[in-house]
Design a protein around this ligand. Structure first.
Ligand SMILES: NC(=O)c1ccc[n+]([C@@H]2O[C@H](COP(=O)([O-])OP(=O)(O)OC[C@H]3O[C@@H](n4cnc5c(N)ncnc54)[C@H](O)[C@@H]3O)[C@@H](O)[C@H]2O)c1
Length: 384
């Protein structure tokens, strides 16, 4: 049996605590050994607080620290980075240079120059690194990928999500001490979240890439929030409309809204291929596809063309991505990682490209040019 993989975790907020729950379970199974828990605020390291989220958590043998230098000083194999995406200051690069395998939460940064620096350090170090795209491990989404790979030619993916303006999120970064929202809900704030296509839409966009391949270009229009309609610095736009062009011609249309007083979510997610369509719901995936000889003698009923691809929820994808990451490290099997950092750069650039397109009045933004061309240098730069 392999030795347990020694894991440190940085950022004990909403996402870090979810990962800690998985890592704690993996430690109970003997495949992980937690080494360090780090947070910018000592109160977030309190074992009593952590136990509210991770049943049975015990701090013995785990260094709790607010210092990244102290974290790096420990003997260990891997680091989870779960801090707000505008708040990196070289930790990913330093950890890669120290030879740690990395789990970097999405979006890896709000600034492409910073993400490119991370990518270069990760490649140079030859470590394993996954971005936090757990939706690739959801059974419903795996079923869609398998279905498309049975020789179907995708045409379009469409996703509509009308959600509330992040009003009920629980966030743990003390943003009020760093010039952010007083209520800590930084996901509703432009400067902290990079806006909703980047903050939340990146999950969908990345999933589409899992099904459809890389994004070549993006065009977007947002309806921005009026100055007199901003509470608690929740200044993200009202609505977002983004069109993504995939290599090979498939189109993705993403429509999102974050209206402050609509406390009822609505989701519609479809993928279409030549002569078929799948509907992805919370409860499963149904494909609508006529499989008989064409033309049929009579138009078939809806029941006759409904095919269940997956029934029920897709399982605990947050646990699944960690289990596979740890297994990849233990067995030295790079191919198990479904979102290597370099691959995830196309997802990040595509959603940041949507923001750039909106800023440029809906101009079509080629993703490769956004990453490499001098004409987009200002859009890649991290603000001083
Ligand atoms: N994959 C997903 O489904 C998912 C879900 C939620 C959040 N996220 C991502 O996870 C990241 C963290 O978001 P969150 O919701 O946990 O936010 P959060 O505000 O709840 O937590 C962030 C934590 O990081 C800590 N922190 C900040 N800077 C630090 C530093 N330099 N060193 C150590 N700790 C530091 C904060 O004190 C806080 O405890 C974001 O990138 C977010 O987009 C991903």
């Amino acid at each position: 049996m392999n030795e347990p993989v020694r894991v440190a975790l940085m950022g004990l907020g909403q996402r870090g605590l979810q990962h800690l729950k998985s890592l704690w379970a993996l430690q109970e199974q003997g495949v992980v050994q937690l080494t360090v828990l780090a947070d910018a605020f000592a109160a977030n390291l309190d074992p009593g607080k952590i136990r509210n989220y991770v049943d049975g958590f015990r701090p013995e043998g785990i260094l709790h620290t607010t210092s990244f230098d102290e974290l790096l000083g420990r003997e260990q194999d891997a680091l989870y980075v779960c801090i707000p995406p505008n708040f990196h200051s070289g930790e990913v690069v330093r950890a890669a240079q120290a030879g740690l395998h990395l789990f970097v939460e999405k979006p890896m940064s709000l600034y492409l120059d910073e993400a490119l620096e991370m990518e270069a350090a990760i490649t140079e170090a030859g470590i394993l690194c996954t971005a936090g795209f757990q939706q690739r491990f959801d059974g419903r989404h795996e079923a869609v990928r398998r279905h498309l790979r049975e020789g179907r030619r995708p045409l379009m993916a469409s996703y509509t999500y009308h959600g509330a303006l992040e009003g009920h999120n629980v966030k743990h970064h003390r943003t009020e001490l760093h010039g952010g929202p007083g209520n800590r809900v930084w996901t509703a704030n432009r400067a902290w979240s990079g806006m909703t296509v980047v903050e939340g839409g990146i999950h969908l966009l990345d999933l589409w890439r899992y099904w459809l391949g890389d994004v070549e270009w993006v065009q977007a229009h947002y309806q921005h929030r009026s100055e007199d309609d901003i509470y608690d610095e929740a200044d993200n736009p009202y609505t977002y409309s983004a069109l993504f062009g995939f290599v090979g011609g498939t189109i993705g249309t993403m429509t999102l809204s974050r209206l402050r007083t609509v406390f009822a979510d609505h989701m519609d997610h479809q993928v279409l291929w030549t002569e078929g369509r799948a509907e992805i719901c919370w409860e499963g995936v149904t494909a609508y596809e006529y499989r008989g000889a064409y033309p049929p003698a009579q138009p078939p009923t809806e029941d006759a063309v409904s095919n269940t691809l997956f029934e029920g929820r897709g399982g605990d994808d947050t646990f699944a991505i960690s289990r596979v990451f740890v297994q990849a490290i233990a067995d030295g099997r790079r191919e198990l990682i479904r979102s290597p950092f370099g691959d995830a750069m196309n997802s990040l650039a595509a959603v940041i490209g949507a923001n750039v397109s909106d800023e440029l009045g809906g101009e079509r933004v080629e993703v490769d040019r956004l990453l490499n061309d001098d004409s987009y240098a200002a859009f890649r730069r991290k603000p001083e």
